[in-house]
Ligand binder design. Structure first.
Ligand code: ADP
Length: 187
């Protein structure tokens, strides 16, 4: 798919790639992104993690959760990711990114883009309720919560799907690394 500009460690002429993790809150995006980045760093790559929670505290503090604001959130992250990727950084974006059209927008903007569907049934995410947000959403204390009273459009053409209710964290990280290797994004 890419091989002309395969990314190899220590070569400043190489291009990066965005690894775009999408899925419900609590599906495992952040949990996967941390060891994924650590492993890529150990392999010698320059890596940047753009995590939804952090992005919303820093880059998009002014935005809420309407469709319009969610779209803007993704567009700003895509803008940053495109520039990082251009400079050879593997950019791991972990955002719910619930709308197909906005993920497509990010894909178009960034170019070198690997969409990973971090799949997990809503019931399991809700049971995990890592941040207590599902309980609040069910109680009506939070509005427009993805999966409860806001849509999540599952990817139809993700490069990779990992089901975190079925597999181990290490297997998920390994699957992503293997995909990047097999498709010439890293060596
Ligand atoms: P997200 O970033 O998608 O909102 P988090 O990574 O914050 O989700 O939370 C996912 C939760 O699911 C964590 O508590 C994590 O320990 C748990 N979990 C259980 N099994 C897995 C798995 N196989 N892969 C990823 N996370 C898992």
């Amino acid at each position: 798919m890419v091989s002309e500009k395969t990314l190899s460690p220590g070569n400043n002429n190489q291009e990066g790639v965005a690894v775009w993790l999408t899925g419900l809150s609590g599906a495992g995006k952040t949990t996967i992104s941390i060891p994924l980045c650590e492993q890529l760093e150990l392999m010698g790559y320059r890596v940047q993690r753009l995590d939804g929670d952090v992005v919303r505290q820093k880059l998009t503090k002014d935005l809420g959760f309407s469709k319009e604001d969610r779209d803007l959130n993704i567009e700003r992250v895509a803008f940053v990711a495109e520039r990082l990727v251009k400079h050879g950084v593997i950019t791991v974006c972990a955002l719910i990114s619930p709308y197909r059209d906005e993920r497509q927008h990010a894909r178009n903007e960034i170019g070198r883009f690997v969409e990973v569907f971090v799949k997990c049934p809503l019931e399991v995410c809700e049971e995990r309720d890592v941040k207590g947000l599902y309980a609040k959403a069910r109680a009506g204390e939070i509005k427009n919560f993805t999966g409860i009273d806001d849509p999540y459009e599952e990817p139809e053409d993700a490069e990779l799907t990992v089901d975190t209710s079925q597999s181990s964290l290490q297997a998920e990280v390994d699957a992503i690394i293997a995909y990047l290797q097999e498709n010439g994004f890293i060596i």
